[in-house]
Write a protein that binds this ligand. Structure first.
Ligand SMILES: [Fe+2]
Ligand SMILES: [Fe+2]
Length: 245
């Protein structure tokens, strides 16, 4: 019993962003960037993650029986592809190559592929809250202007992605019996803890350079995820969030 047309505002929101992007200047890549090797390695891993597996999500969105959601999901995937492009250009401005894969991303992509739309969005939401904290650290923790600009641009998009997934998850959770919701919620938290720990360890040296300790990073991701959990399972019968400009 999904409220299908609820995703039309998201399509408008994503389309407005496409338009804004087309008229805005791209960052001045020619000015070059200074990235410490530790930070570059960390950015390379996020770049692989951003270039991810959008086709997989689009296929599932197409199969969900809500054309409005499928349209919005395509535009969401396009934003993530643009993030991969921004990070690739940032790396190359600083004289670094991109990497073709990293084990954390391989696991993430395999996991997502094996799941249906709801579980995939649950996993994806974890990546989104981790990304929110990471790009904030990257924006605020470096003195390199190009890095700050790229992180700011990506962060602006990521802020919309979380409520977008939450809205679809509310639709998906609504018919689920409460006891199943509780089990899913527990499993969701477990995966969040695991994933956050892996990122905090794997990117620990880079985060430290950006002035964020592993503990602070983990604590902040947990706080962000509390909002996601409350906005989905905790509010599966609520009216939910629409994009806000
Ligand atoms: Fe992204
Ligand atoms: Fe995102």
């Amino acid at each position: 019993m999904g409220r299908h047309s609820d995703f039309i505002p998201w399509t408008r929101e994503f389309e407005a962003n496409v338009l804004a992007r087309s008229v805005a200047e791209d960052p001045e890549w020619d000015r070059g960037a200074r990235l410490d090797p530790v930070l570059a390695r960390s950015v390379q891993r996020f770049q692989v993650g951003e270039s991810g597996d959008g086709g997989n999500l689009i296929r599932k969105a197409d199969g969900a029986g809500d054309p409005d959601y499928a349209t919005a999901a395509r535009l969401f995937v396009a934003e993530e592809i643009n993030h991969a492009r921004l990070l690739r250009n940032l790396l190359s401005s600083a004289g670094y190559e991109t990497i073709s894969s990293h084990w954390t991303d391989v696991i993430f992509v395999r996991l997502r592929r094996a799941l249906g739309l709801r579980l995939e969005l649950m996993v994806l939401s974890i990546a989104e809250v981790v990304a929110l904290r990471y790009y904030r650290a990257l924006r605020d923790g470096t003195t390199d202007p190009l890095t700050t600009e790229v992180a700011r641009l990506i962060l602006e998009d990521e802020r919309r992605h979380v409520p977008f997934h939450c809205q679809r998850l509310r639709v998906a959770f609504a018919p689920t019996p409460r006891p199943v919701q509780v089990v899913l919620l527990l499993a969701w938290w477990l995966v969040l803890f695991g994933a956050t720990l892996v990122v905090a360890v794997d990117h620990g040296p880079a985060l430290r350079q950006l002035g964020v300790t592993r503990t602070a990073f983990t604590r902040d991701v947990i706080a962000l995820f509390q909002g996601v959990a409350a906005d989905t399972i905790g509010a599966s019968k609520g009216s939910g969030s629409q994009p806000s400009r």
